[in-house]
Design a binder for this molecule. Structure first.
Ligand code: SF4
Length: 225
């Protein structure tokens, strides 16, 4: 399967048409420096983390470039420019599904607001944003997310997070993207690729994502032994 990549015309954000894991689904990635919750539980188990600490492939360089652009947008408050730039790409390419942050996370609450505006302006595209920034998601933000039929935001939970952190995620009432869990039976198990599955793009759908990356799986086995 040949995947393409595009850059938005104005800000030069790289959007890919898909990858082997998710299929033909438009997506963008940032690097680990965008993850505010890159705390010990992430650093130990995130496949991105273990990869990043070892090497810097060309894909990772592209993720870093996207991260730098998003941080610049946030610092200079260019979110309106971002919205029109992204909407223009989505309309031009007629994208049915858009997965935000395959790697990385939202850089600020303003980025989430911008994606909500983009979703409202692109009703024919379904968006999915998994995030560990659930400490930003108060009731008002969750209400705004729930008003949009085509935007699904999932709280991303690692099995080794402290209970208080997990509770903060569950309290949002949003669907959970649970990475390894003692409660696996409660969730649908991810059935890649997203292109045909689409589960997480439908609102209020929780999912169990098995750990990926040999190192992470090995560490999780040690952790739970
Ligand atoms: S459950 Fe489906 S939509 Fe969600 S991540 Fe897995 S393949 Fe993608």
């Amino acid at each position: 399967m040949g995947f393409k990549s595009w850059r938005t015309k104005d800000l030069g954000i790289m959007v890919r048409s898909g990858n082997t894991g998710i299929g033909n689904v438009a997506n963008l990635s940032k690097d680990v420096s965008s993850c505010g919750s890159l705390s010990e539980y992430c650093k130990e188990f995130c496949y991105m983390g273990s990869a990043y600490y070892k090497s810097m492939t060309s894909a990772m360089k592209a993720h870093k470039r996207n991260t730098d652009i998003f941080k610049m947008i946030d610092e200079r408050n260019l979110w309106k420019q971002f919205i029109f730039d992204m909407v223009s790409l989505i309309e031009d390419k007629q994208l049915p599904l858009f997965r935000v942050d395959v790697n990385g996370d939202l850089v600020s609450p303003a980025e989430l607001d911008a994606w909500m505006d983009i979703a409202a302006m692109c009703p024919n595209t379904k968006f999915w944003i998994p995030t560990k920034r659930f400490y930003w998601l108060d009731d008002l933000v969750v209400d705004d997310i729930n008003r949009l039929d085509n935007l699904s935001v999932s709280v991303s939970v690692f099995f080794n997070m402290p209970d208080a952190v997990k509770a903060m995620a569950f309290d949002t009432g949003l669907p959970v993207a649970y990475c390894d869990s003692e409660n696996v039976h409660k969730y649908k198990v991810c059935s890649k690729p997203c292109e045909t599955c689409r589960w997480c793009f439908d609102k209020q759908q929780s999912v169990f994502l098995p750990m990926h990356g040999t190192e992470a799986v090995k560490k999780r086995r040690e952790y739970t032994a």
